[in-house]
Design a binder for this molecule. Structure first.
Ligand code: GLV
Ligand code: MN
Ligand code: MN
Ligand code: MN
Length: 429
């Protein structure tokens, strides 16, 4: 058998069951609203519920005790020999934006379960409890709120208020959607989701890089030092609309053109920072009524902007606001909404966790580099209530948020090994 003892400097772990792990990734990807190879799995839809059921089943098979909170964050716990101590947790998300891939988030949930299974096969006994968390709605697809589950766990009172008003694009309220997925949620028990500080001794997340560096440089493991600061904004313009043939150009106030100009202004403000670390994206423009022969009377624009430098990111947001006002005045359209949906600070990984990961990577003889996460993750919010660290693995050409997303099972298994040993180390701390 395999021996796992804290006093041994070389830990010996049984191998990751690559075949099972790949099969699980493939099976989970079938719970999708769009055909393979794309994956679309939206919060509280039938496929999300089926995928959650699948994960809960695997948690049970791994011998974890499972519980869910009011918004559907799912926790699978392996009790340590000293269960009063703060637990060491790891996890990620399984929701998938429209037409994305099967690895984003999933590697950090199924990989975490395999890390637990590896430790169990090793005969390891944790001192601090170990926990796998599936976070609800890391992606903002349905209600426009990113990292919904972890944001709430981290104690966002503002989110409690926002959720009470939130509806999706079919006008279904957040609460009705949650109930349809089987969550007995009420306005009162929302606050119960929040974690007490100290609940966790450490939080770890395994994730594909979603960028090209590890693959390009032939490095197996990225250890994240910080997560860039994300923000998102919703803007609406309103004009008079009218007949595309009959209303002459000087008479128009076209809400669609205001949206188009604003999209270009976002790009301009981002580029003007002169820093490659500043990014801005207009991923949604919706025109009303959306007919070829009707001048848009309303436009809806959603803007995502991020930076590792929070002040610089905030300055870009201010310029986007100024441009919204300027465009609306000049074009004679109404700026009926300018709403900053979220404007989050960056997060730093904990030094002691980075050090633990570096030790583990060396023990495993894997190459590694320290790096920044430009994507956001549930770790951004868990860092508010727990020391945090993230493990990145390479992905094909850095592709993510599209069907071509791919990570090899060898790279995934490396990540699982690093996760398993770091969990073990920290659980004995
Ligand atoms: C979440 O997936 C992000 O956009 O970083
Ligand atoms: Mn994502
Ligand atoms: Mn993700
Ligand atoms: Mn993400």
């Amino acid at each position: 058998g395999y021996v796992f003892h804290p006093s041994h400097s070389i830990f010996s772990l049984p191998p990751v069951d690559k075949e099972s792990l790949q099969n699980q990734i493939d099976e989970l990807s079938t719970f999708s609203d769009t055909p393979a190879p794309s994956v679309t799995r939206i919060l509280y839809t039938e496929n999300d519920v089926l995928a959650r059921r699948y994960i809960k089943g695997l948690m049970g098979q791994a011998g974890l005790s499972v519980h869910e909170d009011a918004v559907g964050n799912i926790f699978g716990r392996w009790n340590g020999s000293d269960p009063e101590l703060g637990a060491v947790a790891t996890g990620s998300h399984i929701d998938a934006i429209p037409y994305s891939g099967k690895y984003d988030g999933v590697v950090g949930v199924l990989g975490a379960l395999e890390a637990i299974n590896v430790l169990k096969r090793a005969g390891f006994q944790p001192k601090r409890s170990l926990e796998v968390i599936l976070f609800t709605s890391e992606e903002p697809t349905r209600f426009g709120i990113s990292c919904l589950g972890s944001r709430l766990l981290a104690g966002s009172e503002a989110l409690v208020h926002v959720l009470k008003e939130s509806v999706d694009d079919q006008n279904t309220s957040f609460f009705d959607a949650a109930r349809s997925a089987g969550y007995a949620i009420s306005q009162e028990n929302l606050s119960n989701v929040m974690l007490k500080k100290g609940s966790y001794f450490a939080f770890l997340e395994l994730h594909i890089e979603q960028g090209p560096l590890l693959e390009e440089e032939g490095v197996s493991i990225g250890i994240v030092t910080a997560i860039a600061a994300p923000a998102s904004i919703k803007v609406e313009f309103e004009g008079n609309g009218g007949h595309a043939g009959a209303v002459l150009m000087p008479e128009r106030n076209d809400a669609g053109l205001a949206a188009a100009e604003l999209a270009l202004a976002v790009e301009k403000h981002v580029l003007e920072t002169g820093s490659v670390d500043t990014v801005g994206t207009v991923g949604i423009i919706v025109l009303h009524p959306g007919a070829i022969n009707s001048i848009p009377s309303k436009s809806h624009v959603e803007i995502d902007t991020r930076d590792i430098d929070e002040k610089r990111r905030d300055a870009v947001i201010e310029k986007i606001h100024q441009s919204s006002i300027e465009v609306s005045r000049r074009r004679g359209v109404k700026l009926s909404e300018f709403r900053i949906v979220n404007q989050d600070p960056p997060a730093k990984s904990e030094h002691s966790i980075i050090n633990a990961m570096e030790d583990v990577v060396q023990q495993l003889n894997l190459s590694h580099k320290l790096m920044i996460s430009r994507a956001y993750h549930d770790s951004l919010f868990m860092a508010r209530v727990s020391p945090m660290g993230m493990i990145f693995i390479p992905c094909y050409k850095g592709y993510s948020h599209k069907p071509e997303e791919y990570a090899s099972i060898v790279d995934i298994a490396n990540g699982v090994n690093v996760l398993a040993l770091t969990l073990a180390k920290l659980s004995l701390d």
